[in-house]
Each structure stands twice: as structure tokens, then as C-alpha cells.
Design a protein around this ligand. Structure first.
Ligand SMILES: Cc1ncc(COP(=O)(O)O)c(C=O)c1O
Length: 421
């Protein structure tokens, strides 16, 4: 006999309070819509992995399958393979940071590092400082542990140190709730801005004075299109916790990142990682080792840089050509993103359906603030994935949507129905 079944959400009452408070990532939610063939997506943050030479991938994976199956298919140690750590020490040396494998811990991407560090250090109600807007995956990782996240605005030279100082004065010296400051100093996500050398130094002085840890998240540092290399915070202070990843210089599908930190920090991270996944993927780590030792990866990196450089230029040129005078945007020297600010009365979240209709997506600005309210009149747009002609078309479509809204707002403004300060 068959019977009709109704299913109810029986987990509703049992769900943890911290999960009820969590917000889904707008980028993840947009994934399906952004994959429609008629839509040009400016919402993701994906590297163009089609630029990776097949021969290099085959070489790295074949070496693993033929010679290192036994280790690659086995559990590994929680902190990761020493050979992989050595590869990352070599990558760190290139950017001016001298470190040893014992100060490195391998993670499943920088995202896992953010979660593990939060798990190890944040109690509910603790204070975390970050740029505002900031990487929404970091906000998701932090918020699971229920901190108060205080956002510090940035300008063209990165996080505003004067505003950070004011915030620190409010928090007070020796406040045990103040745990760490999270920053993306190079080509910030979503802002595209880079922290100046002077501000890097000042930040470290303030960290010593007010006793907080500094988390330096650096996925885009090697993707520079203009200007010279900036010294990482980690090179200026041993105490900094540096997060690296192969996602933007090789492939995010191999979930591999790393933390460089003092041993007393890594031992806590190791402890919490055991409960998360025992260890990262041995297979991915061995592939990464082969890629960075046996293939011309620097040449491939150059290809990434020159391609994204061209795309960045195409996006900025299209913005100059099509966007209205009322809009302003950042001009990144590297990375993947441009941050656009529209007049205050705009709501980019509600405009998204019109943009989708017009065949373009972006990420509304409020996704990058912990309160989900600030930044409503802004948006993040990505230039790393689509070729120049598509970027030009996408910006043209987006400009049309914005201009139509502007016309509507002007009618309301003229009628006095909207007030601007
Ligand atoms: C600033 C920032 N941190 C961390 C991550 C996560 O990177 P991964 O793929 O290494 O987990 C991203 C991904 O876009 C990012 O932009």
C-alpha cells in the first residue's frame, strides 16, 4: 500500500542559535543564475583555470598516480606534508618572508584557515577588527563563533589608520575581548585597494600597543598589474599570522592553502583541525608539490597576470565609457575586483533582479558587511573570469540598469519623495 508523505523541517527547533544567525553567501546563491548562458557573471571570484597548460597538470597528476600512490591515497599528518610545507616556504621567500616548515601548517584552502583560527581563538562576544567591506567568506567563518566584528573603512591606501586608532581607543588598551585584526592588504576583496607601506608599519605598531593578533590574508599578492611589490606584514613582524593559498596562482579545485605563524599559534590550530578533518588531502598536496617543482609554473603565472591585466584594463575602460557621473569606483593595481559606489539612495540588492533580467550579475555591497545593512549603495564586480569583449558588454548592460534607476530616482528626488543629505 502506498501513502502520501508530508515532510516537515524537524530540525527547526533543534538548530543551534549561531546557525540561525548565519547568512548564506550571496556569491554562492548567485552561482546558478550566473551560470545561465545568456548571463555574464561579474559576481564570482574565480580564476580562469583554462589558462593552465594541460601538459603541466598531466605531468603533476601522472607523477602522483604512477610513483606516489601509496602516500597520496593515505591519511597524512594533521599539519600537512613536510615536502608541501617546503614548497610554500620557497614561495614565501620569493615575496620576502623567510620561514621554515615547522612554522607552516597546511589547510584546505585559506577558507579553512579562517575557520580554524576562529575556532581556536574566538569566544562569543570577542572583538574582531576588519576592513569594512571585507571578504564575505571571512565574515561567514568568523560569525559561526559569534564575535562582534568592528569594521574599519578604507581609502585608496587601504585601511584608514586614523579610524582604526579611534576604534582602538574606544575598545581600550588591554581589553581581553580584543582578539585579532583581519586584513587583506593586497588588492583587497572586495575593495581592490592596497595598504600603503606606511600604514602597514603603523598597523603593526598599533597591534603591539593594543595587544591584538594580525591575520594577513594574501590570496592575490602575486597578481599585480601595476606598481612594485609591497613588503608583506609577515616580513615586518614574526608575530603576524599569514594565510596563503594556491587557489589564485594555480587551482582552487585542489583545496590547498597554508598558515605561516609562530609555533604556539600553530599548535592550537593543529588541535582544532584534528576535530575538523583529521588531515587535509594528501593527494592534493602531492600534486601541488609536483606542480611547483617539476613544471614551468612561473611562466603560467605570467600568463595569469598578463590575461587579468588586460581584463582589468577592459573593465576600467568600459566603466569610464558607460557608467554615469554619479558612480565612483576603485582602480585596483592587481587582484580580481573593482568596488563601485552609487549615490546613497541606491539599493543594489533590490536592483539585482533587474540586472539579471538584463543579463549581468554582481554582488550587492551589503554582503561584505557583518550587519548586512551597510554598503547597500555599492557593489563588487569581478574582472578575472570573462574575456575583454564580454566585460565590455557586461558593463554596458549594468550601466543601462543603473541609468534607468537613476532616471526613476530623479523623478522621486524632484518630487521631494527622496531626501539626500
Ligand atoms: C580574501 C580571500 N581569502 C580567502 C579566500 C578563500 O580562498 P581558498 O580558495 O584558498 O579557500 C578567498 C577566495 O576567494 C579570498 O578572496
Amino acid at each position: 500500500m502506498t501513502s502520501a508523505h508530508l515532510t516537515f523541517d524537524q530540525t527547526g527547533e533543534k538548530i543551534a542559535e549561531r546557525v540561525v544567525k548565519m547568512r548564506s553567501s550571496a556569491v554562492r546563491d548567485l552561482f546558478a543564475a550566473a551560470s545561465r548562458p545568456d548571463v555574464i557573471s561579474l559576481s564570482g571570484g574565480m580564476p580562469d583555470v583554462s589558462l593552465l597548460p594541460q601538459s603541466a597538470i598531466k605531468k603533476a597528476v601522472r607523477a602522483v598516480c604512477e610513483d606516489e600512490r601509496a602516500v597520496a591515497l593515505q591519511y597524512g599528518s594533521t599539519d600537512g606534508r613536510v615536502q608541501t610545507k617546503q614548497v610554500f616556504c620557497d614561495l614565501m621567500r620569493d615575496i620576502g618572508v623567510r620561514t621554515k616548515p615547522e612554522n607552516v601548517l597546511i589547510t584546505s584552502g585559506a577558507q579553512e584557515a579562517l575557520d580554524l583560527l576562529s575556532k581556536a581563538f574566538i569566544n562569543p562576544g570577542d572583538i574582531i577588527l576588519a576592513e569594512g567591506p571585507t571578504y564575505l567568506g571571512a565574515l561567514q567563518a568568523f560569525s559561526a563563533y559569534e564575535p562582534d566584528i568592528h569594521c574599519i573603512p578604507f581609502d585608496d591606501e587601504g585601511m584608514r589608520m586614523d579610524l582604526l586608532e579611534e576604534e582602538l581607543a574606544r575598545i581600550g588598551k588591554g581589553n581581553p575581548r580584543l582578539k585579532f585584526l583581519y586584513t587583506i592588504p593586497n588588492f583587497q576583496n572586495p575593495g581592490g585597494v592596497t595598504m600603503s607601506s606606511a600604514r602597514r608599519k603603523r598597523l603593526l605598531e598599533l597591534a603591539a600597543e593594543y595587544d591584538f593578533m594580525v591575520l594577513e590574508d594574501d590570496p592575490y599578492g602575486r597578481l599585480r598589474y601595476d606598481g612594485g611589490h609591497m613588503v608583506p606584514l609577515k616580513a615586518l613582524s614574526d608575530d603576524v599570522i599569514y594565510l596563503g593559498t594556491i587557489s589564485k596562482v594555480f587551482a582552487p579545485g585542489l583545496r590547498t592553502g597554508w598558515i605561516v605563524a609562530p609555533k604556539h599559534v600553530l599548535s592550537k590550530v593543529n588541535l582544532v583541525k584534528q576535530g575538523t578533518d583529521l588531515c587535509g588531502s594528501s593527494f592534493d598536496q602531492v600534486v601541488v608539490e609536483h606542480y611547483f617543482t617539476d613544471t614551468p609554473w612561473q611562466k603560467t603565472l605570467q600568463k595569469f597576470v598578463s590575461t587579468y591585466h588586460e581584463r582589468r584594463d577592459a573593465m576600467l575602460a568600459a566603466l569610464d565609457e558607460y557608467f554615469p557621473a554619479e558612480a565612483s569606483w576603485t582602480r585596483p593595481d592587481g587582484g580580481f575586483f573593482v568596488w563601485v559606489t552609487l549615490p546613497e539612495y541606491f539599493d543594489t540588492a533590490s536592483m539585482l533582479s533587474e540586472a539579471l533580467e538584463a543579463g549581468v550579475t554582481y554582488v550587492p555591497g551589503d554582503s561584505f558587511f557583518p550587519d548586512g545593512k551597510t554598503g547597500k549603495n555599492s557593489m563588487r564586480i569581478n574582472f578575472s573570469f570573462a574575456p575583454p569583449e564580454k566585460l565590455n558588454e557586461a558593463i554596458k548592460r549594468l550601466a543601462k540598469v543603473i541609468n534607468e534607476r537613476l532616471e526613476l530616482y530623479r523623478v522621486f528626488l524632484d518630487a521631494g519623495a527622496i531626501k539626500v543629505d
